[in-house]
Design a protein around this ligand. Structure first.
Ligand SMILES: Nc1ncnc2c1ncn2[C@@H]1O[C@H](COP(=O)(O)OP(=O)(O)OP(=O)(O)O)[C@@H](O)[C@H]1O
Ligand SMILES: [Mg+2]
Length: 249
């Protein structure tokens, strides 16, 4: 079967700093794949590279078997991959209504039927039409993150890149948003790549994961292996200890 997302020896260099070194990762269609690793290990860089937001200096990215690079990375390609960031304050323009924020990606991708789509997108993330003409500051953190998810989904991507999507939220709201994401993944048969510092979140949401350090993948595991502590690398063991409540003492 062709992988939904296949990275082969992907490298990203900023000036002369190697933020991603020869990273190879394959994510199956409909799978939820986790990325963990200490701060600065390159998790966001990997997602940003896939989303076309980081300078790729080597290797390839394939989506559904199709390689697109350089100027050939078309709008169609980007429509298939959407990203949700950690901080919905930063990713939603404060002076735009929710309606405008949801209209923008539709306009970029020349999607018609915007009225219906906006209503449907808000409904899908559990926000009614009443939210449509509010501004981001008039929403709670959890509601804002629901808007960010709606904004990513509205162009009907096949892959969602989630960079710490719930770490700015408190525990109960975090659980609600994670459940919403899981339900959307099942309903839409989406593929997820998810970054989190919280190994509990990763093992709850993902089937498999990669452990990153200094821009490279040091270990690949199933969530089951991680839960059982069946890990090879000391680095991974230390991440488990550092992730609050993950190792039961
Ligand atoms: N635009 C940039 N210019 C230069 N260096 C960058 C840039 N973006 C990231 N880096 C560097 O690349 C490395 C990896 O950063 P990245 O954001 O991918 O880490 P991360 O694993 O997501 O960390 P965190 O868990 O803190 O979010 C870091 O050393 C960072 O300083
Ligand atoms: Mg990051």
């Amino acid at each position: 079967m062709t992988a939904a997302l296949h990275l082969d020896s992907l490298s990203v260099v900023y000036d002369d700093f190697h933020a991603l070194k020869d990273v190879s990762v394959s994510v199956e269609r409909g799978e939820s794949f986790g990325l963990v690793g200490e701060s600065g290990s390159g998790k966001s860089t990997l997602l940003r590279a896939v989303a076309g937001l980081a300078p790729i200096s080597g290797g390839t990215i394939r989506i559904d078997g199709e390689e697109l690079k350089g100027s050939k990375r078309s709008k169609v390609f980007y429509r298939r991959v959407q990203m949700v960031f950690q901080d919905p304050y930063g990713s939603l323009h404060p002076r735009q209504t929710i309606d405008r924020l949801l209209l923008e990606p539709l306009a970029i991708h020349a999607v018609t039927d915007s009225d219906k789509r906006i209503a449907r997108a808000l409904d899908e993330v559990g926000l009614g039409n009443g939210f449509r003409f509010r501004y981001p500051h008039q929403l709670s953190g959890g509601q804002r993150q629901r808007v960010a998810i709606a904004r990513a989904l509205i162009v009907q991507p096949s892959i969602l890149l989630l960079d710490e999507p719930t770490s700015a939220l408190d525990a109960s709201v975090q659980a609600e948003v994670l459940n919403l994401l899981e339900q959307i993944r099942r309903d839409r048969k989406l593929t997820f790549v998810m970054v989190s510092h919280d190994l509990g979140v990763i093992t709850h949401m993902c089937e498999r994961l990669a452990v990153m350090r200094n821009g490279a993948v040091v270990e690949r595991l199933s969530s089951q292996q991680l839960v059982k502590g069946a890990v090879q690398e000391d680095y991974t063991k230390n991440l488990m200890i550092a992730s609050k409540g993950f190792v039961k003492g």
